[in-house]
Design a protein around this ligand. Structure first.
Ligand code: SAH
Ligand code: MG
Length: 195
């Protein structure tokens, strides 16, 4: 991969305040998943493609990523970024609302990364479970949401997000099909393995 181009994509995203995956979160995922030969990865929340580009290193030779973004401008930028790194055969950007797109997908994924509207996290988890198989990994970012999720503090503005993130944690923790851990890395990461 062209490291200079990659760093440019990251720098531009940071300058434009696009909430890309945090360095320590990525470092942790790299430790577990680098070169883990995944055939199919699903990402919910592409933004400009930064995390997808990073996750392409988790793929097998023929592996692919499907990633969903509802903001058309961001999705177009993601497609350009992906192309500029020659990853267009590996990363497929689906433009539209994941709430509508997910029910139309019917594939089993080895890894699913949830990083979009926090109010929809429980729905995303259910869809992720439907498209999982034994051994699949479901990861959700921002699960502790600046610490709001584990404290009493919740301003009106964040209340729906916080309620849904708590519901996600409860469902992922209680589901007998899942082995779940919550990590205080970045903005909070929850990793569930389908057993
Ligand atoms: N995963 C990216 C960052 C994603 S930021 C990275 O680490 O590089 C979250 C993105 O999710 C935003 O671009 C937002 O437009 C998108 N999003 C939020 N809700 C969505 C939904 N319901 N469907 C599709 N995309 C959504
Ligand atoms: Mg995130």
């Amino acid at each position: 991969m062209d490291e200079v181009k990659f760093q440019e994509i990251k720098k531009k995203a940071i300058e434009e305040h696009i909430p890309i995956i945090m360095d320590d979160t990525l470092e942790y995922l790299n430790k577990i998943f680098l070169n883990s030969n995944k055939d199919n990865i699903l990402e919910i929340g592409t933004a400009v493609g930064y995390s997808s580009i990073c996750f392409s290193k988790f793929l097998s030779k023929k592996g692919t990523i499907d990633t969903i973004e509802r903001d058309e401008e961001r999705a177009k930028e993601a497609i350009e970024n992906i192309k500029s790194l020659g990853l267009e055969e590996k990363i497929n950007v689906l433009i539209g609302d994941a709430v509508e797109i997910l029910p139309t997908l019917d594939k089993k994924y080895d890894m699913i990364f949830i990083d979009a509207a926090k109010g929809k996290y429980p729905f995303f988890l259910n869809e992720a479970l439907r498209m999982s198989k034994k051994g699949s990994i479901i990861v959700a970012d921002n699960i502790l949401y600046k610490g709001y999720v584990m404290s009493d503090y919740n301003k009106h503005k964040q209340r729906t997000a916080v309620r849904n993130l708590r519901e996600y944690i409860k469902e992922a923790s209680d589901d007998p099909r899942l082995e779940t851990e919550i990590l205080e890395i970045g903005d909070g990461l929850i990793i569930s393995k389908v057993i």
